[in-house]
Design a protein around this ligand. Sequence first.
Ligand code: NAD
Length: 383
Amino acid sequence: MSVAIPMPSREPAPGTGPTPGSSGPLRAAIGGVPFEHEELVVRRGPRSGCSAVVAVHSTALGPALGGLRLWRYPATIDGARDALRLARGMTLKAAAAGLDLGGGKGVICAPAGFVASGEQRRAMLLDFGDLVESLEGRYITAEDVGTCPQDMVTIAQRTEHVTGLPPEHGGSGDPSPFTALGVEAALRACVRERFGARELAGLLVVVVGLGHVGEQLARRLRDAGARVLAADTLPEKRATARRLGIGWVEPEHAMLTQCDVLAPCALGGAINAANVELLRCAIVCGSANNQLSDDDLADRLAARKILYAPDYVANAGGLMHVYREVGGFGEQEAIDLALGIETTLQRVLAIAAERDTTPLRAAAELARGRLATARAARAQVRH
Ligand code: NAD
């Protein structure tokens, strides 16, 4: 059964909003999403009894690739909204990155109190695999919040349209080092624009979130000669910072630390109405998705002369790595693509300067330009 759900109200920024499943106000926070997508499929899994959702925003540039989020939602419609919102963000991300991929997202709506293990989890994943298979390659799945490479192995029992498998199953493995490589490349473009220099040596960078990407990024920046401070809400990450030979700042002070570069590498919404006027950095460039709690904050950052590297441009290295599995190319090509983020961001910043707009709007313009060209070419083929 395919269901189009009317989405009447204001659209949140691509990829913004809270991490789902965390609290009561989720439904209000996700809000409405306009149905500008090619396809929305909602299906109750025959094995699990749980709702599975796939939103395909666009296939203009290629198959819609986007991760599978397994999470507890108040109701199926909330999961569907999340999928629609995230799928749209994936379209922009792939288009801005210059990849021949569209944007899509999968969601499994878990029951309240669900403990993600055992036969029930397997049943959900197999149901989702059947749903993906029914889309005949228009959507390709991968891991996302709540799922892991091993889950992709289960899904692969039902469909070949799955990426992010562990290397021993022919997959590309952990994308985090490639995401960090891309963020570092993005940072070089920012530093050139803001300080007229290419070198990262001597810069003071605060990495907020010393997780998979944050740790890799901190190591790379340290090696490039930057002075790095890290923060994480997990106290044990202090030992990670010590091991890396970098400094530490308490997480409650991290965002407002005076520095050259603030690198949000934790959760979304790190920059919000409460702290945007208080930031004491020249550049914001990190890996976190949805760094701005609201797109309008990009204007506030610009007014404060803080250069913001649009998150979906800076953090596309991980997607490029997964793209290997679709494109069938090797690791070196993925590295080259991630390094190319420097040039992409340079273009974005040039467009922003030329049009006197924010890098965020310039990135969307770049992405939409690619999409419009692809759609026009497709329309011509049809006639
Ligand atoms: P992760 O879960 O491994 O790391 C996140 C870290 O942030 C954790 O150590 C966590 O304790 C810490 N953290 C959470 N809240 C914090 C806070 N308020 N202050 C300081 N630290 C806090 O996640 P990850 O894979 O490293 O991803 C980090 C971000 O980058 C996420 O937003 C993710 O969506 C985005 N991203 C990741 C990839 C990738 O390749 N992993 C690709 C693109 C985007």
